[in-house]
Design a binder for this molecule. Structure first.
Ligand code: ZN
Length: 174
């Protein structure tokens, strides 16, 4: 397993639509292992493959590992089957939008069909943080970031900050 570099906004790769995985092979499993390690290393609770520059429809998540022991979840080709009309609001952040947070409304529950780590078809009913997290990660597969839901003004403020931070950090690279 190895820790990969996480792409941060603005970055055109993050805006790509990821492609479905034909079959879960050793290659995808190694990718999922690396993604998980990268996510834990960055203190995140979810990561999509595109965030490390791989345009495949793969997500890893572990929403409780900070408090309890690790409970990794793997989603390949996830599809939302049912969404609740009721919304819930969480303050979201993103490893690709560092140090920025905003309240986002999303369907409070959803059902997701996907392939697991072994390529087996599974169905998951998600609510609470799990529902928000899976929907946030699935947005990455479409090239969507949580800041896209904000007002133009708020989004441009965040983008400005991110560009500034990026510039500063790049000048420190020797
Ligand atoms: Zn994210």
């Amino acid at each position: 397993m190895s820790v990969k570099e996480i792409l941060t906004e603005p970055h055109e790769v993050l805006r790509q639509v990821s492609k479905p995985v034909e079959r879960v092979t050793k290659e995808e499993q190694i990718l999922m292992d690396d993604m998980l390690e990268t996510m834990y290393h960055a203190n995140g609770i979810g990561l999509a493959a595109i965030q490390i520059g791989i345009p495949k429809r793969i997500i890893v998540m572990d929403i409780a590992w900070k408090d309890e022991k690790r409970n990794p979840m793997y989603f390949v080709n996830p599809v939302i089957k049912n969404k609740n009309k009721d919304l819930s609001t969480y303050e979201e952040g993103c490893l690709s939008v560092p140090n920025q947070f905003a309240e986002i409304d999303r369907p409070a529950t959803c059902e997701v069909e996907y392939l697991d780590y072994n390529g087996e078809k599974k169905m998951l009913f998600a609510d609470g943080l799990l529902a928000t997290c899976i929907q946030h990660e699935m947005d990455h597969l479409e090239g969507i970031l949580f800041i896209d839901y904000l007002s133009k003004l708020k989004k441009s403020m965040i983008l400005k900050k991110l560009s500034k931070e990026k510039k500063n950090s790049e000048t420190l690279v020797i």
